[in-house]
Design a binder for this molecule. Structure first.
Ligand SMILES: [Ca+2]
Length: 166
């Protein structure tokens, strides 16, 4: 068996550059992609197409997501938030779609337990669809709201186990 490396899938290369997953807070369905652009495109039903110069945290990405959300109407889910492993919206990303924009009625409208491989990693957040992001750590301590763009969640960095939107 010399020369074979069992247990190392071909996708290990992609994982090393970060993974970009999309989860529906409605159904729990999760799919992963090789880039943030592919993830956002899939999450928006192919309504988002970014130019080469677009970057996470940039105005183009911000506006494209907002525009895509507006086009969805009642026909599908909107992008509620993206949480990132690194500061300033870098590294692996986790995009959360929701059934409708947040209502600001004082209720936590969506709560999502992060998968095991995303625990203790969230460092920056962005939200759309009128939503604020809340984070809980393993002990249940809640922090937030994180409104719009948060390039670094500071003391709560690498602590979140659960994400909420309201
Ligand atoms: Ca992190």
């Amino acid at each position: 068996m010399v020369g074979l490396v069992p247990g190392v899938p071909a996708s290990a290369v992609v994982a090393a550059e970060g993974t970009h997953c999309v989860v529906s807070a409605e159904t729990g369905t999760e799919r992963c992609y090789a880039s943030l652009e592919s993830a956002l495109s899939a999450a928006s039903g192919d309504r988002i197409e970014l130019s080469d110069g677009a970057r996470p945290g940039g105005v183009e990405l911000e506006q494209e997501v907002a525009a895509a959300n507006r086009q969805v109407g009642a026909a599908g889910e909107v992008i509620g938030a993206v949480v990132y492993d690194d500061a300033r919206y870098q590294g692996s990303s986790y995009t959360i779609t929701i059934g409708a924009p947040c209502k600001k009625d004082g209720w936590m409208e969506w709560e999502l337990e992060l998968p095991e491989d995303w625990r203790n990693r969230v460092t920056s957040t962005q939200s759309w669809a009128n939503c604020w992001v809340w984070l809980w750590d393993e002990a249940g301590t809640k922090e937030g709201p994180y409104e719009d763009d948060n390039p670094d969640v500071g003391a709560f960095s690498d602590r979140a186990w659960r994400v909420g939107m309201s």
